[in-house]
Design a protein around this ligand. Structure first.
Ligand code: NOJ
Ligand code: CA
Length: 704
């Protein structure tokens, strides 16, 4: 292996190399080593090593097509070359300002030896934090259009990792994570929550990111980057061989899963590799594998905290729908409105006032437009939702004028109910309406089975729906936060108006899931799985943890301090203060943290953590240079040490600490919280105790 490395170092540092063809690659820090080869049958394959240990054993690469022979074997290497790349780019908003994009690349050009002589290129990029590779189908005489029935990318692993997974559902990511050995994954028997409007798990497969922890401390996460005009990839599990194989999301309407005209590239297949859990969160592999910003100046969008007419519907205090009735084919206000409608001018003004008072920049209004009488569970949803017509008790002019006076922005809501034709048809007018009112962010939703029938949320048809909606929205200076979305694959680098998304089991499940809600460990897993893909609209900040006055059998399963910590643990440039105004007003002390906490960061420091157990993250606010810290734990209480050496040199800070009280416990006593204000500097070291399901939040402001 030593000689190999020497050869590689020479090969990657010189523009040409004597060893032909080039088939090996190392990371800039030389910890990761990748070798590509074509076996005696002409099968393309690769291996990955980390610090001389095999991570991916010989794994083959290929495709099946609907109307032509597979890409399986019979290939020869026509040409291959390596190059080094190093740049630093800036996020317009994000977890950090500067992102280092440093990798070595190997590009292999393959051709079939048979008479068709079809070509396939494979490009590998090896970073210090992992590996990305993709297939390129170049323009060629004997291959004009690809009808891909399956992609056969193997990931053959070398140990029976502890795996944090959700099932490979073609329609939804809103599942609780299971923690099992790789060999014990059984996605087809996963118990699906009955409240989910749609779900489809055809294989023993997992969705990505899927995160694996080895006995030797190796941490891996598998995912994809730059998912464009292609199907989402699930990973089929072979429990006996300890391996994953790509399994693309399909459609009931076609035998193929992906249709593309050549030339085209697939998304990147990614393997994040780390020696500890915190390094996974600090990895930038996924965004780095995407193209640079194509939108140019996006300063029209500003990261913000927001409140909204939202939780009250999930609690049953109010409703989305107004109570319209269908008369002669038209939705009509027959005067029978049930008076529970949440999105009224008056109610929204209450949220605007509260937000303006508490340094919160936005107010989301759900249920403002006609159509809510027929959305969930209805088959004929096309033509129902209208994205420009408000209900009679909601005055868009009045609300937006009032909000502007108060320095608050209204966040638009488009629940498409997965009726894609209706949404596509109205997008231009809907986004133009937003532009007219100076609204720069929309939360979209795709609840229910996809229309047209037979398509799935994560297939090629929908990937294009989500991406095209965001690209079109950008033309109207609109940023998108999709729920029931396609997974994040770092496209926000190319289209920064893709600001956030759901794509996980969010806070709302605590209001109605019927299965006990999200367990205390939920976010300690999410931070190391779903969050590696990109920003999350989780909607934290529930203060009335038990909400018995609304729903006796549901609750949030964390302490109040844990809810505060989530503003720092979870990254999103739109971060909701999700609870009701009256619940915040009854708790002015903890509300101070939400008022103070940043949403846009120049630096991230993950101080400690173990997947599924706990995590502590510190983030530096761009605008002020102040720091914020959040720490959460699972159902176990634990002691953590916080070393403040991440702070600036020669600077004193005022630390406002929000911690679990002595008898705090997610179920027994979730509201027990203590406050303390002390001075800290770079040399401070403090011990804290997190309660069962508990947390810790600290705002660390510079002192003059
Ligand atoms: C599901 C979304 O996740 C939730 O936030 C929203 O309130 C409802 N759909 C209605 O659109
Ligand atoms: Ca949802």
């Amino acid at each position: 292996m030593k000689i190999r490395f020497l050869l590689i170092v020479i090969c990657t540092s010189l523009s040409s190399c004597w060893a032909e063809p080039e088939t090996v690659l190392v990371s800039p820090n030389e910890n990761i080593f990748l070798e590509f080869s074509v076996d005696e049958k002409g099968k393309p394959q690769y291996e990955v090593f980390f610090k001389n240990k095999a991570i991916i054993k010989t794994s083959t690469l290929g495709f099946d097509f609907e109307n032509t022979t597979s890409f399986l074997d019979g290939f020869e290497v026509l040409n291959s070359e390596t190059k080094a790349f190093n740049e630093t780019w800036q996020m317009p908003w994000g977890e950090q300002l500067d992102v280092v994009n440093h990798y070595n690349e190997l590009r292999v050009e393959l051709q079939e030896k048979s008479e068709l002589k079809r070509k396939l290129n494979i490009v590998f990029k090896v970073y210090n934090d992992g590996v990305g590779f993709r297939y390129e189908f170049p323009e060629q005489e004997n291959f004009k259009e690809a009808f891909i029935t399956e992609e056969n990318t193997e990931f053959n692993l070398t140990q029976d990792y502890k795996t944090f997974w959700i099932p490979g559902d073609w329609d939804i990511y809103e599942h609780l994570y299971s923690t099992t050995k790789l060999s014990e994954i059984d996605a087809k028997n996963y118990k699906v929550n009955s409240a989910l409007a749609q779900t489809s798990i055809p294989e023993n497969a997992v969705n990505t990111p899927v995160t694996l922890v080895g006995k030797d401390g190796i941490h891996l996460s598998f995912h994809e980057a730059a998912l464009i005009d292609y199907s989402g990839m699930t990973l089929k599990v072979n429990p006996k061989n300890l391996s994953f194989k790509s399994n693309l999301v399909g459609s009931r309407n076609t035998a193929y899963k992906v249709k593309r005209t050549l030339p085209f590239n697939t998304p990147w297949r990614t393997i994040q590799i780390a020696e500890n859990a915190p390094d996974l969160i600090e990895s930038n592999l996924i965004v780095n594998l995407n193209e640079p910003n194509k939108l140019g100046d996006v300063s029209w969008f500003k990261p913000m905290k927001y409140t909204g007419v939202w939780w009250e519907m999930h609690l049953g205090k109010s409703s989305w729908d107004y109570g319209m009735e269908m008369v002669d084919g038209k939705w009509t206000d027959t005067g029978k409105a049930h008076r529970k409608h949440g999105a009224t001018t008056q109610n929204v003004k209450r949220f605007i006032d509260f937000s303006a008072k508490n340094n919160i920049g936005g107010v989301l209004v759900e249920g403002w437009n006609t159509g809510w009488e027929r959305w969930i569970g209805f088959e004929d949803r096309e033509g129902v939702f209208d994205f420009v017509t408000p209900y009679p008790d909601y005055n868009l002019d009045e609300v937006t004028t009032y909000a502007k006076q108060k320095g608050v922005e209204i966040i638009m809501h488009h629940e498409t109910s997965a009726a894609t034709a209706t949404y596509e048809k109205q997008q231009d007018t809907a986004y133009a309406l937003m532009q007219k009112y100076g609204m720069h962010a929309v939360k979209s939703g795709y609840v229910g089975k996809i229309l047209p029938k037979g398509e799935f949320h994560h297939g090629q048809y929908m990937v294009n729906q989500y991406n095209n909606a965001a690209i079109k929205a950008a033309k109207y200076q609109v940023a998108v936060n999709a729920h029931e979305p396609i997974k994040a694959t770092g496209l926000r680098r190319t289209y920064p108006n893709i600001i956030s998304r759901e794509g996980l089991r969010g806070q709302e499940f605590n209001a109605w899931s019927g299965d006990g809600g999200n367990p205390p460990e939920h976010l300690s897993i999410v931070a190391f799985t779903r969050m590696l893909a990109g920003p999350i609209d989780f909607t934290p900040g529930i203060f009335n943890i038990k909400f018995n006055e609304y729903k006796k059998n549901n609750q949030v399963n964390t302490t109040l301090a844990h809810q505060l910590a989530l503003y720092v643990v979870i990254y999103s440039p739109v971060q909701m203060a999700a609870d009701l105004v009256e619940h915040y007003e009854a708790n002015p002390k903890p509300l101070e943290f939400i008022k103070d906490v940043g949403v846009d960061w120049s630096k991230i420091k993950v101080l400690n953590g173990e997947v599924g157990e706990f995590v502590t993250i510190a983030r530096k606010e761009r605008k002020t240079g102040n720091w914020f810290l959040g720490s959460i734990t699972d159902e176990n209480s634990r002691k953590i040490k916080v070393d403040f050496s991440f702070l600036d040199e020669n600077q004193k800070y005022e630390a406002k600490i929000y911690k679990d009280g002595k008898s705090a416990h997610w179920n027994e006593n979730p509201l027990d919280i203590e406050f303390e204000t002390i001075e800290v500097t770079k040399s401070s070291k403090l011990d804290f105790k997190l309660a069962e399901g508990g947390g810790l939040a600290i705002s660390i402001k510079k002192k003059d």
